[in-house]
Design a protein around this ligand. Structure first.
Ligand code: HEC
Ligand code: HEC
Length: 258
């Protein structure tokens, strides 16, 4: 069969787009961005060239928005050891922006939080900030700066050797050797997070219940038994964030909410 010039061109375009797809490290359908996520990220870029005084204003706006969040995530942003509410403090800015945008766009189910994360709700609490993409960017920047809980909830500790082995083989390439994650790639920081929250998310991701999950992670952990899952998550819950990111003690109170 002979190809016409037009079909050769079409083949060329297909080959080119396959080539391009191979160069982006985002699996198809995951983190497509758009909408509020991209709009918030525009503000995040602007923050980089702002003066100290301007950044103080952004911080104050972030605190005003976080007042809404503190009802569940607590003023310290530490969540709860029982895993109902995750620790947010210290999470990467772009990860928070993605997760919050996904929750607002119903790409990640969170019926408890959803009504409180809506623009109207945030605008009511912080009228001078509004409830749009700027509010998302400001609160994400603030959350990243909050010192983390030095004593998060950990697992039972009975299978840590298996956990360490599984972590090294399956998680390091994305979450880093110490669970630090990667802001630029939207890989969450998982070190210092409560065991019970980690366990629930891991299970939901494995069982395809978390709709915004990274498909490459889903593939990576598809064969994990419940024993594997508990062991690796227990190991993760014991990974320590660097000392400079931690609050001085578990009794620390956030002075922004006195
Ligand atoms: C009514 C309670 C409630 C309020 C208020 C609330 N959240 Fe949440 N949030 C939750 C719950 C519950 C989860 C965990 C859901 C799950 O298990 O999937 C969560 C999860 C999150 C996550 C995902 C964390 C992760 O590690 O993936 C982010 C980000 C987040 N909240 C940010 C916020 C921000 C920002 C605000 C304020 C604008 C806020 N939340 C207000 C209950 C709340
Ligand atoms: C291909 C990269 C990749 C691999 C491999 C991977 N993850 Fe993830 N993981 C991610 C991304 C990306 C997310 C956030 C998904 C999203 O966008 O909502 C995530 C989310 C998570 C979460 C939920 C965090 C939160 O704050 O809600 C946990 C827990 C987790 N991963 C643990 C692990 C463990 C443990 C392993 C190894 C057994 C692993 N992951 C392997 C990329 C990866």
């Amino acid at each position: 069969m002979k190809f016409s010039k037009a079909s050769m061109t079409a083949l060329g375009v297909i080959a080119l787009s396959i080539g391009l797809a191979a160069f982006t490290d985002k699996p198809a359908g995951w983190n497509q961005g758009g909408g509020e996520q991209d709009e918030a990220l525009v503000f995040t870029k602007q923050f980089k060239s702002m003066s100290k005084a301007e950044l103080e204003k952004v911080r104050a706006d972030g605190v005003a928005v976080f007042e809404v969040c503190s009802a569940c995530h607590l003023p310290e942003g530490w969540g709860t050891k029982d895993g109902t509410f995750p620790q947010l403090a210290g999470q990467h800015e772009d990860v928070i922006i993605k997760q919050l945008s996904d929750i607002r766009a119903l790409n990640r189910d969170n019926p408890t939080m959803y009504p409180f994360a809506l623009p109207k709700e945030i605008e009511n609490a912080a009228p001078e900030v509004g409830g749009g993409p700027y509010a998302i960017a400001a609160v994400a920047r603030y959350i990243q700066s909050i010192p983390m809980n030095p004593e998060p909830g950990v697992g039972p500790g009975d299978n840590l050797e298996l956990g360490a082995k599984l972590y090294k083989e399956n998680c390091v390439r994305c979450h880093g050797d110490n669970g630090q994650g990667d802001n630029a790639k939207y890989y969450p920081r998982i070190q210092g997070q409560h065991y019970k929250y980690l366990l629930r998310q891991f299970e939901w991701i494995r069982d395809k219940k978390r709709r915004n999950a990274n498909p490459d992670m889903v593939k990576q952990i598809a064969g994990f038994s419940d024993t594997d899952m508990k062991a690796v998550v227990d190991y993760v819950s014991r990974l320590k964030p660097p000392a400079e990111d931690l609050a001085p003690s578990a009794d620390w109170y956030n002075p922004d909410f006195d």
